[in-house]
Design a protein around this ligand. Structure first.
Ligand SMILES: [Zn+2]
Length: 134
């Protein structure tokens, strides 16, 4: 038990080392919904690598975080931000956004999918995490 907790804490400590760079990259805005002036958390975009990897980390707000974890609570209006973030220059943001977009069947989601372009490695990444998001 203690061992698991230590391992978890060690990972949190390692992830926190990315905090400064993530704050800079994000401009202290949620990298999904662009909320400002809110607490931001490091989220590891699945599949979560064995050891923390900066390229899998994004900086997001509590609302995005909770709704990613709980598919049933997802509010489609909140996620209209995906229409922008599927074009992100940040691979982890783009891949997660595409995978999330695919969980919506609303008009805006369909319109976005129609014009969407993603590099093959990003599409593959999105496919890999798709099941985890449903
Ligand atoms: Zn957010």
């Amino acid at each position: 038990m203690a061992k698991g907790r230590d391992a978890h804490q060690a990972r949190v400590n390692e992830l926190n080392l990315f905090g400064k760079d993530l704050a800079r990259r994000s401009g202290r805005k949620c990298e999904l919904c662009e909320s400002q002036g809110v607490a931001l958390k490091i989220f590891e975009v699945p599949p979560v690598p064995k050891s923390p990897d900066f390229d899998h980390c994004i900086f997001i707000c509590d609302v995005c975080h909770e709704q990613i974890q709980s598919p049933k609570q997802r509010d489609s209006d909140h996620w209209r931000c995906l229409a922008q973030t599927v074009w992100s220059d940040i691979d982890a943001v783009k891949a997660l956004s595409i995978a999330l977009l695919n969980t919506f069947t609303t008009d805006w989601a369909q319109d976005t999918r129609e014009i969407l372009f993603a590099e093959p490695n990003i599409s593959e990444w999105a496919d890999t995490m798709q099941e985890e998001l449903r």
